[in-house]
Ligand binder design. Structure first.
Ligand SMILES: Clc1cnc2c(Nc3ccc(N4CCOCC4)cc3)nc(-c3cccnc3)cn12
Length: 273
């Protein structure tokens, strides 16, 4: 929908199937009646937003995602609310959650993992140029569209860098936190480069690199970069993982250099055109 200043209301949409349940609400595939445009509608109960005290995070998600225009970032077209709910009008990602695909396939082959990696790196490069740090990169926040096209979603944790706002790990995993956040130091967009390393490891191995039963052991392993890469991971892929999971933020590989890494160059011949 082009007219960004239109006052949307729920009756403008024809509700399709429920796509799933997110942290704070349900997502439906919908069609905008006037134009027939298919999109996703995220419906969040206002009461839930209030008692989870996530209104600020929610406002930040909107202001950030509404200004983001990149093929690998899920578009936010608009939002509205009524007496009960708040609604986000989002781009529809036709192939669903990357997380579910990874769980069903256990792990990805080098061609698939490298194609996803370069797309995430491209989206992060774009965001960092706008001084936006995603800060919540993980398979659960990545959606898939046709042709294995990646769509970064859930900008609820993004901030304008650099920041040291304490990340209340309110929900979900610590696995993606880099040493500088585990040690509560100031951090910048390099935290996303570390998280990309964790993501790449999880793509190729099927579990995150520092996963442990109890979280304090995970913290220790992250702080020491106690990284063990299984022997079935190719040497080139292992090299890129190590360059991403580097303790010193400024020594981590630059996002712009990932496209020239031997593992990417070797696999790009087989990517879908
Ligand atoms: Cl935002 C947003 C935009 N597009 C989606 C989407 N798209 C989508 C497409 C297709 C399939 N199916 C493909 C055939 O097999 C069954 C699943 C699921 C979701 N899902 C979610 C979502 C959110 C939470 C839980 N689960 C899914 C959020 N989305």
């Amino acid at each position: 929908p082009k007219n960004l200043h239109k006052k949307w209301k729920i009756s403008d949409f024809e509700l399709g199937r429920k796509l799933g349940k997110g942290k704070f609400g349900k997502v439906y595939c919908v069609r905008e009646i006037e134009t027939g445009f298919v999109c996703a509608l995220k419906v969040m109960d206002k009461r839930e937003l209030v008692n989870y005290k996530v209104e600020r995070q929610f406002v930040r998600e909107i202001e950030i995602q509404a200004n983001v225009r990149h093929v690998n970032c899920l578009r936010l077209y608009g939002w509205f609310y009524d007496h009960k709910n708040v609604y986000l009008i989002l781009e529809y990602a036709a192939e669903g959650e990357l997380y579910k695909l990874l769980k069903s396939k256990k792990r990805f082959d080098d061609v698939t993992a490298s194609y996803y990696t370069i797309q995430v790196a491209s989206a992060l490069s774009y965001l960092h140029k706008k001084h936006i740090v995603h800060r919540d990169l993980k398979p659960e926040n990545i959606l898939l569209h046709f042709n294995n096209q990646i769509k970064l979603s859930d900008f609820g944790w993004s901030v304008y860098a650099p920041s040291n706002t304490k990340r209340t790990t309110m929900c979900g995993t610590l696995d993606y936190l880099p040493p500088e956040m585990v040690e509560a130091k100031t951090h910048d967009e390099k935290v996303d480069v570390w998280a990309l390393g964790v993501l790449l490891y999880e793509f190729l191995v099927g579990r995150p690199p520092f996963e442990e039963q109890n979280s304090s052991t995970t913290y220790k392993r992250i702080a020491k970069v106690d990284l063990r890469i299984p022997s079935f991971v190719s040497p080139e892929a292992a090299d890129l993982i190590r360059k991403l999971l580097t303790y010193e933020p400024e020594k981590r590989i630059k996002l712009s250099d990932i496209g020239r890494h031997p593992w990417i160059l070797k696999n790009r011949l087989h990517w879908p055109s």
